[in-house]
Ligand binder design. Structure first.
Ligand SMILES: Nc1ncnc2c1ncn2[C@@H]1O[C@H](COP(=O)(O)OP(=O)(O)OP(=O)(O)O)[C@@H](O)[C@H]1O
Ligand SMILES: [Mg+2]
Length: 427
């Protein structure tokens, strides 16, 4: 094949969704070297201005009507942007954060785009029970390792909708319950819903499918880490508080100081799990008023501890602004009631001193690194579903990693075996 033909195939691959059964296509993708050309608070294939310019022509068709800079509604000053999609089938408001306004805008717009795709899945679906699929020779995900809902109705003879994904670890196609993949919250749920948790965990967009996959995998690892941290109990949580004076990175120090200068007290917990990817949880409180005001938190997970921390702090600032702006569909009166819990009384854990830099690594190397880490802790499936729409050509993926914990802030969450084992080993 000539170089031109290869390039054309590559371009095509950027717009056509890969079906789960296209083993050659996924194998090709996983060896495609996609370099990072932007690394400031995040790592991306191109600069945020270029991403915005590429997706802007499609915003109207996806129902995105407004990008609003709401930074000035709070006094911290870390950039936060609201993105409105009024006719959505889930959240009509997405939120973006970043170290500057353009990064915050891209993060909000790309989140709205990822949700739009999650609400309009175009991959073919099968209506069958797990037993039927098995009898027809199709491989299904290990459903016993998927996050379940309380009083779930799943059994192996229940007819439900399935979508085909590709398992990066077993390098084979695998069928997944559609409920774990789509992101539509319409009250008339698809056949066979009500078995597994339906969240946006692991849904991500990006400049390239591999870039989106890295973001999605890190998100699933982050939420698993946060659920384990909560399950660990009060003494464990207190032990994980990070000594903020041990942070040397100038950008990290800057976001922390911005909070402090605004009279906001940031505290940070090292929630990293046995997977070994740095993960942090940042809480921010009104200094002197934490008993009577809500505590806001943010999560961050990245190979580079400094990026993980920056993401956690900027997400905490974003959570505060979401409440101030008041326009999210999922807010309730309860969110405005005081929920103050005290800051940790000690913070001994040092922030890593050595600088980790993976900005020269390609995205497929990042995916391979994450896959190897998952296998090391006994995870044997990490399933990707390409949700890219031929209409827009913007890469969107859903990653499902059975065996990791789902987000415990979901009202339907029930601790899985990993959280129960973690709690057990700490007690
Ligand atoms: N510079 C960028 N270029 C392309 N896509 C981006 C960029 N920044 C963020 N995204 C995408 O935007 C979406 C939101 O990412 P972001 O990091 O802002 O939030 P998040 O941590 O996923 O938030 P949440 O915890 O609310 O899901 C993701 O799909 C991400 O891949
Ligand atoms: Mg996300």
């Amino acid at each position: 094949m000539s170089r031109l033909e290869q390039d054309l195939q590559q371009l095509e691959r950027g717009t056509e969704p890969l079906s789960g059964g296209d083993v050659a296509g996924w194998t090709d993708l996983l060896t495609t070297k996609v370099e990072k050309h932007f690394a400031s608070g995040t790592q991306r294939m191109r600069a945020p201005e270029e991403t915005l310019a590429a997706v802007r022509p499609h915003l109207g068709a996806m129902g995105i009507t407004r990008i609003a800079n709401i930074t000035g509604l709070d006094r911290i000053g870390l950039p936060v942007v609201l993105v409105c999609r009024p006719n959505s089938r889930s959240l009509s408001t997405s939120v973006g954060k970043g170290l500057d306004l353009v990064n915050a805008s891209v993060s909000g717009v790309m989140e709205s785009i990822e949700l739009h795709h999650g609400e309009h899945v175009m991959q073919p679906l099968l209506l069958a029970s797990a037993a039927d699929l098995l009898a027809s020779g199709r491989r299904t995900v290990d459903v016993s390792r998927l996050p379940r809902v309380r009083n779930g109705r799943y059994h192996s003879n229940l007819p439900l909708l399935w979508v085909e994904g590709f398992d990066l670890l077993g390098r084979q196609p695998v069928w997944l319950p559609f409920e774990t993949v789509h992101a539509s919250a319409l009250s008339e749920a698809p056949t066979g819903s009500g078995c597994f948790t339906a969240t946006s965990n692991g849904l991500a967009s990006g400049n390239h499918l591999l870039e989106a996959m890295v973001h999605a995998m890190l998100e699933v690892i982050e939420r698993d880490a946060a659920s384990l941290w909560s399950a660990g109990g009060a003494a464990h949580r207190a032990d994980t508080a990070v000594d903020l004076d041990s942070i040397a990175d100038p950008a990290c120090r800057d976001v922390i100081n911005r909070c402090r200068a605004a009279g906001i007290l940031p505290t940070v917990h090292d929630i990293g799990s046995d997977i070994g990817v740095p993960a942090y949880l940042c809480e921010i409180r009104e200094a002197g008023h934490w008993q009577t005001t809500p505590v806001f938190s943010g999560l961050g997970c990245h190979f580079e501890p400094r990026i993980a921390l920056l993401r956690a702090v900027t997400e905490a600032a974003q959570s505060r602004l979401v409440l101030i702006a008041g326009s999210r569909d999922d807010l309730s009166r309860r969110d405005y009631a005081a929920t103050g819990h005290p800051p940790p009384d000690r913070a001994n854990r040092p922030f890593p001193r050595e600088v980790v830099d993976v900005s020269r690594r390609t995205f497929n190397e990042d995916v391979a690194d994450l896959a190897a880490r998952l296998q090391r802790i006994g995870i044997d499936e990490a399933i990707a579903i390409d949700l890219t729409s031929t209409r827009y050509g913007i890469p969107v993926v859903r990653m499902v990693i059975p065996g990791l914990e789902g987000p415990d802030d979901d009202p339907e969450y029930v601790p899985g075996s990993r959280a129960l084992a973690f709690r057990e080993c700490l007690s």
